[in-house]
Design a protein around this ligand. Sequence first.
Ligand code: ZN
Length: 456
Amino acid sequence: MTTSSNILWIKHPLSHFTANNEDASNGIVIDQANGLIIELVAKNRTPITPIHQVFDARQHVLLPGLVNTHHHLYQTLTRALPAAINKSLFPWLKALYPIWAKLQPNMLSLATQVGLTELVLSGCTTVADHHYLFPDALYEAIDIQVNASAKVGCRVTLTRGSMSLGEKDGGLPPQQTVQTDQQILQDSARLIDTYHQSETGSMLNIALAPCSPFSVTTELMIETAKLARQHRVMLHTHLAETEDENNFCLEKFGLRPLDYLESVNWLASDVWLAHGIHFNDSEIQRLGQAKVGICHCPSSNMILASGICRTKELQQAGVKVGLGVDGSASNDGSNMMQEVRQALLINRLRYSADQVTHLDALYWATKGSAQVIGRDDIGELAVGKQADLALFKLDELRFSGSHDPLAALVLCGAHQADAVMCKGQWLVKEGKMLAGDLVELRQQHQQAAFNLCNEL
Ligand code: ZN
């Protein structure tokens, strides 16, 4: 039931980005009781709705809460690890798999909380995580992540990842990290039944996500798609990240990665792919016709020297394009606002300076990302959308002398939000998380990371 005590006006923002063509120059009105945006206040206007509370945003740039479409939160435990740095994807994975295989439940819980908290502090309100490691100790990995993400308070899409093609069968991961197809499918069905919220405004979605073509069987790709469609949940995997992967698919299946994807019924609008770099022109057209989503991961692609996603051609063909920070072992941070800047910079290497702007990069991180993970209720400021907001102050030295506040956010390198709201509730105020003890969390996480990497 809506009462006037719940009505909050985010008043007179310094600047704003709605991710659509609507004008919110004088702010937005939120109903905190149901977590919705109920009014946009255009230039020279005041709200029609009776207001009970006001947030003075004269020093803030107002954005929709950012949406991260690809992460591996457990990897926050293996950042800047000497055994893995300065390598391309396949040798990097081979260095890390034996360490990741030792992951314990409390480690995953801490890693999930740390990564999500970093993201929220950077203005992110929705996170898709791709967890594909289920060694014996971690059979309930997604259940652990459900509990950990509830402590942080942001929205999550937890993708039930999988690996079933171990080294002895020609795959890349070591045998102790893979499960049987049957174990994977049973657990996937259980997780959807137990946790997936299909309604508008969902705080927790489940999606199904075989790790990549080089780590699962063909049968598992096919059966996973069938299961997801029975339950109307999204499908996710890594694809076309490296030339090594192209070669692997040609050798093993006699097909390029996209042909393989189509052969297992994955070329469809309920699928989003991480990276999507090495597609040729005709493959881009096919992706567009199928309305597939691509998660562009600029930092990871640069660190692993994987290549540059063809964002503009993909968009023009009809592909949904969003952003992701990717796992912390190939980023090595979890900061969505920094990723917006990285997206702008890497795309300037491929396209001319006037073809890709800070507004394009902000769009990818908001409405673009929301579309990629199949959501039309978040990612923009509009009446009826979820009240997920990020507010940035430009009061650090790095912004001094800047003129266009929205451009300054990206070009001067904003990295921390002053206030963040999810579903009408404040998660961050004055640059601080309102819940949890971050000093204690950091100490426990650092100790867990040390234990994981020194037990070998
Ligand atoms: Zn990834």
